[in-house]
Design a protein around this ligand. Structure first.
Ligand code: GLN
Length: 556
C-alpha cells in the first residue's frame, strides 16, 4: 500500500520546532485512528550524527535497531506510536554513500551520475521505505528553504507530488511570523519570502504553519493567505506554548487535522485527544515539584540531553509532580565538599551519558555525595560506569580503579572494552548499539520499578563493566541486578542500604513517553519526592532555630 505523504519543509530560520510540528501532526492523525510513520531528512554530509559533537548537533537519538539518528526522531516516538528504525532518518551523506557504492559497482551502466535523476531517485526510494501498514508518512525536511544543501530533497518532494498527485501528497510549510517590538506588530514579509522561495522550486505549499510568539489574528491570516496563495483556513496559527505536549491540542483548535484529512481525501473519524488533554492538565497543575541535580558535561546546551530532560519530566508526571532540573557542570565539583554544596538542596542526583575524560572526577564526587548521604541516585550509561568506579575506589578499597577510557594504565580496570577481547569490535562500528535484552534480579530496585524480570533497553556505549571485578565489588556490597541473558554484560548495578541508587548501562530515556513514563524514571523521581517529604517533615519537627526548610519544598 502506498501511504499518503505529508512533507514538512521549513522557512525563514531554523529551530522553528519543525520536529515537534511533524510529531504533533502524527499525534493528531493517530488520535483519529490512522497509522502513521515519520521520517527526517537531514541535508548535511555526515552519514549519521553518531560522530558529531553534541555541541554541533544536540543529542544523538538511538532507535531500537541501533541507528544513531537526529533528535527529532525522539519527538516522533514520544508523540506517536510509530516504531522508528534507521530508515526513518536520511542524510545527504547516506544518500550519496549509497549512490557512490552503486557507481563503483557499475550499477549505473556507464551513465553519468547526476543530482537529477540519480540523487532525487535515491531520495524518493528512501521516502518509499515505510512500514507496510503505514497509512500516512510524515516527512520532515531539515534545514531552511533557500539553503543549497536541501535542494535535492525539495526537488524530490516536488517530483513526489507530480507522481502521486495532490490527493496523496501534501506540503505543510513551517514558517515564522515575527513580532517586531518597535513596530508593535507581527510581520508577514519573511513568510511571504520563504513561500516565494518554495514557489521558485516548483512547490506551492498547501498549508502554512505560522510560528509566532502570539496568536495570529484573522486579518493577518487573510493577508498571509492572499500573498501566499493559500486559503485562509489553511493558514494555521502556531503560537508558542508553555509545553510542547500542548502543541497537538493547539493545532487541533486551528483545525489543522481536519484540513489535512480533507486535502488527502481521508475520512475525518472522530478524534480522541483526551489522554493528551489530561496530560496537559497534569503538566500545568502539578501537585508539587521534585528537584533533580544533573551532574554532567554539555550542560549549557539545551539540546544535548533532549530525551533525558523529557524522560525526567515524564517521571515527575507519573507522580503528578513537576520535575525541576538543575544542571551542574561536572568540572565545577572538585571535592565531595563542593559536591555537597551544589547538591545539598536537591531531591535526587543524576549522572547522564557522555564520552571522554573531562568532568569524570566531578561526577564521581557527586555520586559519592549521593551514596553516602542516601540521596536517590540514577546513573545512566557513563553514570553507571562512574558509579561502579566510585564504589570500587571508596568502598571496595581500590583507590586507583578507573575505566580504561579515562586511564588506560589503571591497575584496576573495573570498566573496560569487553568486546575488544571478544573480537567483536572492528574499526568503524565500535559501539554496542540499539535494543538488547536484560534479565533483572528479583527484589531489586529495577525489578520493583519494571514489575517484571525480562526487559529490553537501548544502548550506545563502547566500554562496559569488567566481570573480573565482580567478586570484589559484590563482596563490598555492590549489587549486580541486571545482566544480558548470555551473562557477558552487566547492565545494572545498585548500591546497598540506600533508598534508591541505580546505575544502568543502557539509555532508558529513549523509551520514555509522556503518556507512558519510563519505569526507572518514575521510580527515581518517586524516590526523590519521598526524600523531599521526609526532609520537610524533619524540618517542620525541628525547632525554628534549626534553619529554613530545604529550598526544594518552598516553591510548591
Ligand atoms: N563513554 C562511555 C562508553 O563509551 C559511556 C557512553 C555513554 O554514556 N553513552 O562506554
Amino acid at each position: 500500500m502506498t501511504p499518503k505523504y505529508i512533507f514538512v519543509p521549513g522557512g525563514v530560520v531554523s529551530a522553528l520546532g519543525k520536529g515537534v510540528a511533524a510529531a504533533s501532526i502524527g499525534c493528531l492523525l493517530e488520535s483519529r485512528g490512522y497509522r502513521v510513520t515519520l521520517q527526517k531528512c537531514d541535508p548535511y554530509l555526515n552519514v549519521d550524527p553518531g560522530t558529531m559533537s553534541p555541541f554541533q548537533h544536540g543529542e544523538v537519538y538511538v532507535t531500537e535497531d541501533g541507528a544513531e539518528t537526529d533528535l527529532d526522531l525522539g519527538h516522533y516516538e514520544r508523540f506517536t506510536n510509530a516504531t522508528l528504525t534507521r530508515d526513518n532518518n536520511w542524510t545527504t551523506g547516506r544518500i550519496y554513500e549509497s549512490i557512490l557504492t552503486k557507481e563503483r559497482r557499475g550499477d549505473y551502466l556507464g551513465k553519468t551520475v547526476q543530482v537529477i535523476p540519480h540523487v532525487t531517485d535515491e531520495i524518493k526510494a528512501a521516502f518509499r521505505k515505510v512500514p507496510e501498514d503505514a497509512q500516512v508518512a510524515i516527512i520532515e525536511i531539515g534545514g531552511t528553504v533557500g539553503d543549497i544543501e536541501s535542494l535535492p530533497f525539495l526537488e524530490a518532494i516536488r517530483q513526489m507530488r507530480l507522481e502521486l498527485g495532490p490527493e496523496s501528497t501534501l506540503f505543510v510549510h513551517v514558517t515564522l511570523v515575527p513580532f517586531i517590538p518597535t513596530a508593535g506588530e507581527l510581520k508577514t514579509k519573511p513568510t511571504q519570502h520563504s513561500v516565494k522561495e518554495l514557489l521558485s522550486l516548483g512547490i506551492q505549499p498547501d498549508l502554512l504553519l505560522c510560528r509566532s510568539d502570539r496568536r495570529i489574528a484573522r486579518e493577518l491570516k487573510a493577508k498571509i493567505a492572499l500573498f501566499c496563495n493559500v486559503p485562509e483556513s489553511r493558514v494555521i496559527s502556531a503560537q508558542d506554548v508553555a509545553s510542547i505536549y500542548a502543541v497537538p491540542a493547539e493545532f487541533a483548535k486551528e483545525n489543522l487535522d481536519l484540513e489535512i484529512l480533507r486535502l488527502l481525501k481521508l475520512e475525518a473519524r472522530p478524534p480522541d485527544l483526551q489522554p493528551w488533554l489530561d496530560l496537559i492538565q497534569r503538566i500545568y497543575h502539578p501537585a508539587g515539584e521534585a528537584r533533580i541535580g544533573i551532574v554532567g558535561k554539555y550542560v549549557q546546551l539545551e539540546d544535548a540531553y533532549k530525551s533525558l530532560r523529557e524522560a525526567l519530566l515524564h517521571g515527575g508526571l507519573a507522580h503528578n509532580h513537576r520535575t525541576v532540573l538543575e544542571w551542574i557542570e561536572a568540572e565545577e565539583l572538585d571535592s565531595v565538599e563542593t559536591a555537597a554544596k551544589h547538591l545539598r538542596h536537591v531531591d535526587g542526583v543524576l549522572v547522564p551519558g557522555g564520552f571522554g575524560k573531562r568532568g569524570i572526577q566531578g561526577m564521581i564526587y557527586g555520586i559519592q555525595y549521593a551514596r553516602e548521604n542516601k540521596v536517590p541516585y540514577f546513573g545512566i550509561c557513563l553514570g553507571m560506569q562512574c558509579a561502579t568506579i566510585e564504589y570500587a575506589r571508596n568502598v571496595a578499597g581500590m583507590p586507583l580503579a578507573d575505566s580504561t577510557e579515562f586511564d588506560p594504565q589503571t591497575p584496576h580496570r573495573v570498566i573496560y572494552k569487553l568486546r575488544e577481547l571478544l573480537g567483536v569490535e572492528e574499526m568503524g562500528g565500535t559501539m554496542r548499539l540499539g535494543a538488547w535484552p536484560c534479565k533483572l534480579a528479583p527484589g531489586s530496585f529495577a525489578h520493583r520499578a519494571y514489575g517484571k524480570l525480562d526487559i529490553s533497553e537501548r544502548h550506545r556505549h563502547r566500554y562496559e563493566f569488567n566481570c573480573d571485578y565482580e567478586p570484589a565489588l559484590v563482596r563490598a556490597g555492590l549489587k549486580i541486578t541486571g545482566r544480558s541473558p548470555d551473562g557477558h554484560y552487566v547492565e545494572i548495578v545498585e548500591a546497598p542500604d540506600h533508598p534508591w541508587f541505580l546505575g544502568c548501562q543502557f539509555h532508558p530515556e529513549f523509551k520514555s513517553k509522556p503518556l507512558a513514563p519510563h519505569p526507572l524514571f518514575a521510580a527515581f523521581v518517586g524516590a526523590a519526592i519521598e526524600r523531599q517529604k521526609a526532609r520537610s517533615q524533619a524540618a517542620s519537627e525541628r525547632p525554628q532555630a534549626a534553619g529554613p526548610a530545604p529550598s526544594s519544598s518552598l516553591r510548591i
